[in-house]
Design a protein around this ligand. Structure first.
Ligand code: UDP
Length: 259
């Protein structure tokens, strides 16, 4: 059984109408088929950035899966009339993929973060109650000329899942450029998730997450994010002015279904 889900479009960017269970099914299908697949978790900042960079719009359209990461894109989807359970964030999806990896004995490669972070994350993952098979690590501060060497290292390790934490959109561009050469069934951009796995950064407390305020928590803890987050009001303005509320749509959106 393969999962069928709708592809929505928000301000020109492809976004899949899918929940966590559906996203995990896609991950499982990709590992099963061994077909190299890119997963993107898309937030408002990335959609806003794509308004000035058509290459990103193209990149999103070619991925295997683009999930709604962030309350801004969920709001935009709902305004457009899509029924969506909630966010499927990079960190949330990654933690669930890692749980699944423990069960199914998948091989994981961690790429990204400052030198030492991926190693530290790997050590923590290996030391947990149900250890995880981490088959390789590499930090994320490398020049593009070094990519062939890193790709070789990843290929030799034969992972099922590659977590790439270089920050968006660099991580998503890097995966798209090297997807076939990497040959890894599931390649996913995970932002600062490796820092959380390593214990260097903390995830927003559950109550903040439930209120859709993860962005505010991160801003309070990392005030330098303010420059990036200036995209959020601009994104909101575009949504309000360019997306007609669902009531005015002539065709009701179709629901996710299983085949
Ligand atoms: N990073 C990296 N290489 C770079 C720039 C950033 O590996 O050249 C890492 C950085 O150390 C951090 C992550 O990428 O772990 C970016 O985190 P950020 O919070 O910016 O990403 P987001 O979660 O917002 O996409």
């Amino acid at each position: 059984m393969s999962l069928v889900y709708e592809r929505a479009e928000i301000l020109g960017c492809r976004l899949d109408v899918i929940d966590m269970a559906g996203a995990l099914q896609v991950v499982q299908d990709a590992v099963g088929s061994r077909e190299p697949s890119q997963i993107i978790t898309l937030n408002a900042e990335m959609v806003y950035r794509a308004q000035h960079d058509r290459r990103l719009i193209d990149l999103y359209s070619k991925a295997r899966l683009v999930t709604p990461d962030g309350i801004g894109v969920v709001w935009a989807l709902r305004r457009a009339g899509w029924q969506i359970a909630g966010r499927v964030t990079g960190i949330g999806l990654t933690l669930r993929i890692l749980d699944m990896a423990r069960e199914k004995n998948w091989r994981i490669f961690l790429l990204g973060g400052e030198p030492g972070i991926a190693e530290q994350a790997a050590r923590k993952l290996a030391a947990s109650d149900k250890p995880l098979t981490v088959v390789g690590v590499h930090h994320g501060y490398f020049h593009d000329q070094e990519s062939p060497r890193i790709i070789e290292q990843v290929r030799a390790a034969r992972p099922d899942v590659l977590l790439v934490g270089l920050g968006a959109p660099r991580q998503d561009i890097w995966i798209a450029n090297h997807l076939q050469a990497l040959g890894v069934p599931v390649c996913i951009g995970v932002g600062g998730t490796l820092d959380v796995l390593a214990g260097k950064a903390k995830r927003a407390p559950r109550v903040w997450r439930r209120l859709g305020l993860e962005w505010l928590y991160r801003l309070v803890n990392e005030p330098s994010r303010i420059k990036r987050q200036m995209a959020l009001p601009k994104f909101a303005w575009l949504v309000l002015t360019k997306i007609r509320p669902a009531g005015k749509r002539s065709r009701p959106p179709r629901q996710k279904s299983y085949r």
